[in-house]
Design a protein around this ligand. Structure first.
Ligand SMILES: Nc1ncnc2c1ncn2[C@@H]1O[C@H](COP(=O)(O)OP(=O)(O)OP(=O)(O)O)[C@@H](O)[C@H]1O
Ligand SMILES: [Mg+2]
Length: 501
């Protein structure tokens, strides 16, 4: 076929204990957006890592414009016109935004005659991404995860590529940023670029994809033109069964107020006050940069706060470090799990049982049998895909690593659990499991604060929804009055302005 840009034939990939890919065949056409979906661990990232030269396959061939190729590294692939945005962020935190966007461009000086020139081109890219408020000279590591993700996207856009591969590019973006990305993808497509797009968000796929490939357990189980398939069919193929009762929420908060936050101030938020009741699920909504994550980090003692009071069951407490928070029975599953939640070189079992060790220690000895039992149970509950509980966390797929972090906190069963984007990068089947667990915990009286950029899950799971914009709490909406429109209204910085005037 003349419009085939890239083709993979009979790709096999085996890791110790896992066959990640079992003979994948696929063609990618010029100027199409080709989505790849599948559960956590289905093999999506492995496939694109093989295409982009991170791994070599055990068997199979790759053809680029009809010619057999095999790339030794992502840089090699890039020089042949295949650029990949990996699931794990790969910006260099110590370099400037400009350097990150243009790194690896072949010519000297990152391809530019002067820094002025480099900054000018960077500004153009930042404008396209609608983040022109960021300066090209900003050190990338000081930006939030969302911005870092946008910088990665900028890096791909800056390259003249035939094929751009995006592995969950929107995982930390909120709606406006996603819209911008989709505009950019539209432009790339018009220019004949092929975009391979991996995402767990099926609504995104229906918006931008031309075709969708569905993978399950290392096999391709379907390919459709997007206008010839419905969401339920895709899910059924992905998980191998029909999914019912996606959102389960019948927990009810008790009257008792567990946590009171009064006049809380930090670097990125101001004058935040709210209550949390026993067994309540309190959603926190807002745009990226609204200050939600920083607020939670301060509540948990990761970041300092300069003013404000915290009351736990009516008693004033001081939280100066995560250890304080844990001692008060407060847990946090952070947004950036790679950095803060998971010890990659340790096993799945160790990661799950680590913070809960005290509970299963008897006279100084860890009851190994108990540890095994708990780890096995959590792996099953959250359907964590791993050949064994002794696998090192770093060998798990992205989504499964996240499930391990969640499992560890679910195991600890704190009184107050803060979940920052709990279902990011997690597949539909496992999401349903997580909602079920949240509901159960709330029923048992555990209070949950859920920061989420996913409006459907905020609407479905929250007893009340707190909305933040530009560092301020702009509304706390009751379950029976909350709607997508109301949230968006209070989340837009404009509403802060009009409120203040
Ligand atoms: N370096 C590795 N060593 C051992 N096993 C690996 C390695 N990389 C991936 N795997 C295994 O290969 C399988 C496929 O993983 P892959 O990362 O491709 O999944 P995925 O579809 O991208 O999932 P997710 O949606 O969670 O990102 C998984 O079972 C995973 O544990
Ligand atoms: Mg992946």
């Amino acid at each position: 076929m003349s419009d085939t840009v890239l083709e993979v034939k009979n790709i096999w990939k085996e890791f110790p204990g896992v066959i990640a890919l079992k003979g994948i065949n696929e063609t990618f056409l010029k100027g199409e957006v080709h989505a790849i979906v599948g559960e956590n661990g289905a093999g999506k990232s492995t496939l694109i890592k093989i295409i982009s030269g991170v791994f070599s396959p055990n068997k199979g061939d790759i053809f680029l414009k009809g010619k057999k190729v095999r790339f030794g590294s992502p840089i090699d692939a890039k020089s042949h016109g295949i650029v990949t945005i990996f699931q794990e962020l790969s910006v260099l935190p110590n370099l400037s935004v400009a350097e990150n966007i243009f790194i690896g461009q072949e010519k000297t000086n990152l391809g530019f005659l002067s820094y002025g020139d480099l900054y000018k081109r960077t500004k153009e890219i930042l404008e396209q991404l609608e983040i022109a408020d960021i300066s090209p000279s900003t050190i990338t590591g000081t930006l939030s995860v969302a911005y870092q993700q946008l910088i990665e996207i900028g890096r791909a856009v800056a390259t003249k590529a035939d094929v751009i591969i995006m592995d969950e590019p929107t995982s930390s973006l909120t709606e406006n940023e996603v819209k911008t990305l989709f505009k950019i993808i539209g432009k790339l497509k018009d220019n004949g670029v092929t975009v391979i797009y991996i995402s767990h968000k099926l609504d995104e796929i229906f918006q931008i994809a031309d075709r969708v490939t569905i993978m399950r357990d290392g096999e391709k189980v379907g390919i459709y033109n997007i206008d010839e398939v419905v969401e339920d069919r895709i899910i059924e193929l992905m998980v191998g069964r029909k999914l019912e009762n996606y959102y389960i929420k019948d927990s009810k908060p008790r009257n008792e107020v567990i946590l009171q936050v009064k006049g809380f101030n930090g670097e990125k938020f101001r004058n935040v006050s709210f209550d949390l009741r026993k067994g309540e699920i309190l959603g926190f909504s807002g745009l990226v940069g609204a200050g939600r994550t920083e607020l939670m980090m301060s509540l948990f003692g990761f970041l300092p706060y300069d003013k404000g009071e915290i009351y736990l069951k009516g008693k004033k407490i001081n939280i100066k470090s995560p250890l304080d928070a844990i001692n008060y029975n407060i847990g946090l599953v952070p947004e950036d799990r790679k950095l803060q939640g998971l010890i990659l070189i340790m096993t799945v079992r160790e990661n799950i049982t680590l913070p809960g060790l005290d509970r299963i220690k008897i006279a100084g000895f860890i009851k190994l049998a108990e540890e095994y039992r708990i780890a096995k149970q959590k792996v099953e509950e959250l359907s964590i895909k791993t050949p064994s509980i002794e696998q090192k966390a770093l060998n798990l797929s992205g989504g499964n690593q996240q499930k391990v972090v969640l499992a560890k906190w679910l195991n600890l069963r704190p009184e107050i659990l803060i979940l920052d984007e709990p279902t990011r990068g997690i597949d539909v089947g496992a999401k349903a499991e997580i909602y079920k667990l949240m509901n159960e915990m709330a029923k048992e009286g555990i209070s949950i604060i859920m920061v989420s950029s996913e409006l459907p899950e905020i609407l479905a799971m929250s007893d009340r929804v707190a909305v933040m914009a530009e560092g301020e709490l702009t509304a706390v909406l009751e379950r029976d009055e909350v709607s997508e429109e109301k949230i968006m209204h209070y989340a837009t910085p404009r509403s802060v302005l009009s409120k203040a005037s």
